[in-house]
Each structure stands twice: as C-alpha cells, then as structure tokens.
Design a protein around this ligand. Structure first.
Ligand code: GTP
Ligand code: MG
Length: 149
C-alpha cells in the first residue's frame, strides 16, 4: 500500500491543530504507521527541501521550520500521496479550497501548517529521511475490509 509523509509544521503545533489534522487522516481511513514529535535540523531541512535551497525565501522557510517542534507522520492507504495533497490544499492558503487543512486554518504561504509529499518517489525519500526503518510499523487494521472492497 502507498505511504505518504505528512509533517505538521511549527505553526500547526503552536496553534493546537495537531489533533484536528491527525483526525482528518484517521477518519478518511488512512492507517497511521509512524509518528513522532521532534525539532527539525538545518541538515534535515536542506535535504527535505533540496529543490528549494536556491530560492530567495529558503532562509525564511528554514527559520520557520526550526522555530518549534514538528510532528512527523507516515500515513498508509490507497493513493495516500495524491489524496494527502488534496486534503492539505493548495500551497498558498488564500487559494486553498475551504474544507482543506490549509483552506480552513491559515492565511499565508510562509505559515501554511503542514507538509505533504508530492510524489510516491519523494514520499519514500522523505520517510527514509525523517524515520529509522524500525519506526515505521507494519500492522493490520481491523477496518481494512470495511474501507476497501
Ligand atoms: P510542502 O508540502 O511544505 O512541501 O509545500 P508544497 O509542496 O505545497 O510547496 P513547495 O514544496 O513548493 O514549497 C515548500 C514550502 O515552502 C511551502 O509549503 C511554503 O511553506 C514555503 N514556500 C513556498 N513558496 C514560498 C514563497 O514564495 N514564500 C515563502 N515565504 N514561503 C514559500
Ligand atoms: Mg513540497
């Protein structure tokens, strides 16, 4: 089954939206296979946002991501990567549809609450970056046969 890396950014933690975000993925039917709260590091962020390090906003993005704890999660299920992106909403929260996480909870692109992997390939890289293999669990959910036909 497909896995995606979802990370609640420091503003999501500070504003008390962690439970709401977890609840959305949980009630959608996705399976939580890894979760931890931690401080990001410069080294991790330079790898995680490797495609953005040359952008003028990168130093601000790095400082924002280092400003408090983040919550790292891996969610598993059918098309978890693309559906996870839809659940987050557009990068710029003023363009995110109401009903999405960014559409419901934030205003600015530099304070947009959460991250979601943008491809299966990047999801696998991000999961390997933020988690040890032993932290990502294979477990059987009793809801499977009620979620999938
Ligand atoms: P992530 O899920 O966090 O990767 O966002 P994304 O995939 O929707 O967008 P992208 O990967 O292009 O950008 C990563 C993050 O950089 C965004 O979520 C924003 O927090 C930040 N960012 C992107 N563009 C800008 C910008 O123009 N200004 C500022 N301040 N931040 C930006
Ligand atoms: Mg991105």
């Amino acid at each position: 089954m497909e896995r995606t890396y979802i990370m609640i950014k420091p503003d999501g933690v500070q504003r008390g939206i962690v439970g709401n975000i977890i609840s959305r993925f949980e009630t959608k039917g996705y399976k939580l296979v890894a979760m931890k709260t931690r401080m990001a590091t410069k080294e991790l962020l330079e790898k995680h946002y490797a495609d953005l390090t040359s952008k003028p906003f990168f130093p601000k993005l790095r400082d924002y991501m280092l400003s408090g704890p983040v919550v790292s999660m891996v969610w598993e299920g059918k098309e978890a990567v693309s559906t996870g992106r839809k659940m987050l909403g557009a990068t710029n929260p003023l363009e995110s549809a109401p009903g999405t996480i960014r559409g419901d909870f934030c205003i600015e692109v530099g304070r947009n609450i959460c991250h979601g992997s943008d491809s299966v390939e990047n999801a696998n890289k991000e999961i390997a970056l933020w988690f040890d293999e032993s932290e990502v669990l294979d477990w059987e959910s009793h809801s499977q046969s009620w979620l999938y036909e």
